[in-house]
Ligand binder design. Sequence first.
Ligand code: GLU
Length: 485
Amino acid sequence: MPEVRVRFAPSPTGYLHVGGARTALFNYLFAKKNKGKFILRVEDTDLERSTEESLRMQVEDLKWLGLFWHEGVDSETLESFGEYGPYRQSERLDIYKEHALRLISSGQAYYCFLTDDDIEEQRKTMEKGQHITSPFREMDPKEALKRVDNGDAAVIRFKTSKQVKTYAMTDLVRGHVSFQSDLVGDFVILRSNGMPVYNFCCAIDDALMKITHVLRAEEHLNNSLRQLMVYEAFDYTPPQFGHMSLILGSDKQKLSKRHGATSCHEYKVNGYLPEALVNFIALLGWSGSADQEIFEVEEIAENFHVEKLTPSAAVFDETKLKWMNSVYIKKADTEVFWKGVLPHIKEAGIVIPEDDHWRFMVQKVFKPRMETFKDAVELMRPLSDVEFIYDEKALEALGWDSSKTVIDKWAELVSSHADGYISEEQFDELQNEVKTQCGVKGKNLFMPLRVAIIGQAHGADLKLIVPLMSKELLLKRAGWALGKA
Ligand code: GLU
């Protein structure tokens, strides 16, 4: 069996969508499972829609997901593109042109001089299922070439068979699929600006890059007909196609912006771990086992069989993704945890100690309470070493008769506490001591204490928070509160 060679062929026209990420992931897994090659080919011949910025972002997202490719061109921008630069169709234009001219020589394609207006005119009277007919199909190629040499604008059209033929294939996901050739007319393969059209350059590249399997989205199923025609015209062997099911939102409509975040980038900046996203995306069409949902990528690759891909639509369940992320956050080590959390708390202006021991304690306490790294912002805000702005409720509690006594006692007990942090049990004991020594209980005890610790009359669970605060910080805060009491 020849080496398995698969590719991901994104068009750089925006962020990497979760659908695109699934296509990339499934090809990557298939290559990994079969010890084959995973190739990245950027389809950037649509000059109006392709941007360098989008290419860069998509590549960054692939790398973030850990989907590294195995082959490519030497890249001058190694830093941003990894070991190899991706193949880029815009750098391979000569190849497509040469192929188009070959088809003209063999009579399988022709120059067409129809203008946009001519086409518009034809469209007006066309019935459903009819195609554009070009009077230039039968033109003497030498005559046509003369016009081209004279500077007349021309596209190159593929000459489809006059007799209706059936093109058939065995789709890896969908089984037997066939198309009648008259579903399409003489389609453009090279635009007048010299740029090839997707169905043409895609088929040529897949053949020249010796791609053995093409796993891609269902919406490309119909493109297979034109691509099979191109393979046939050059006598190239087509790859095995596998068209993956649609991804739907929770309302069973095609996944779109309406459903919330749909790009990998959004998940990245919203505090998701790439491992969680990869695990989740893998389950959109693939199921390894009925009673397991958490899989390492190695395990998924090991059990990845294309026959296991379901042709029915997959539903993108954001709640499940959140849950999965919480599982991966729990599994994260201290370093991964803080790498994920720091950008969010920095952005929120939260100031925390550098201390490694403190950071170890904090991640242990908060990990089980987080679904995304963003959740750290509200959890850690009470720990931030910045001066409080007391709200009305807090000021009211500080103004009660017994509040000053309560906070004074609290500060005294904290300062005489043995050095180090106050444990949950010790905090309970200290609270009880304030209660008995001051003869204050209930709301009159808890509210001023809370304001002295977190600056608010309501909010975070003190038993969680206090053990994460240094004596110094507790005393500083008690001092601020006393200043207002
Ligand atoms: N450039 C196409 C896309 O982004 C690739 C389709 C294919 O995989 O053949 O949808």
